[in-house]
Design a protein around this ligand. Sequence first.
Ligand code: MD3
Ligand code: FE
Length: 216
Amino acid sequence: MSTLDLFADEHPTGAESIGPQSVVLRGHALPHAVQLLEAVEGIAARAPLRHLVTPGGFTMSVAMTNCGALGWTSDRRGYRYSAIDPLSGQPWPAMPAVFVRLAGEAAAAAGFDGFVPDACLINQYLPGTRLSLHQDRDEHDLGAPIVSVSLGMPATFLFGGLARTDSTARVPLQHGDVVVWGGVDRLRHHGVLPLKDQPHPLLGGRRINLTFRKAG
Ligand code: MD3
Ligand code: FE
């Protein structure tokens, strides 16, 4: 057992801990789900969801877009954050106020005060879409947490360790769940198992994941 496994199961607020500094806020985004999805549709109309190519030449099964001052992108030359959407040649759509507010509130509830994201990566999953085990290390300030919001079909999140070969825990994520990851958990490997086809009343056969980051 690694030291990362030594954490309390319950937070004072009733939130679940899945790591020493990672907290699941079940259903936290439910009151905002429709508003969030409308905003995603507006963003995707200007910065379409696309399947990026990794530096290794693989096309990702997740479709991605961004909003905010910076957006995460990838091609044969590498992974990077960019102020310009390479598809449109234009800045990414602005981050809606409801996104910034929700991310800041969730981070504070998990003990990270003053979190102001400058990037929101929007991931779309369809049945069979997966995200293989990786680390998020392209952000400047690794002291800032990442906040994720799950919408639509359920997914199984894989939470590993600092080494790629460390064992992984499975965390089911449902529509409306918000997760905050920071501190010693910030560089843990993670991924998403291939999605099952379990249509959601609001989104049908889709899952949308928003990840809020301090990238710059
Ligand atoms: C734990 N997305 O976009 S969100 C990603 O469900 C990504 O779309 C997944 O991994 C998704 O990079 C998982 C949760 C997440 C995001 C970043 C993390 C968990 C993390 C960074 C460090 C540790
Ligand atoms: Fe990630």
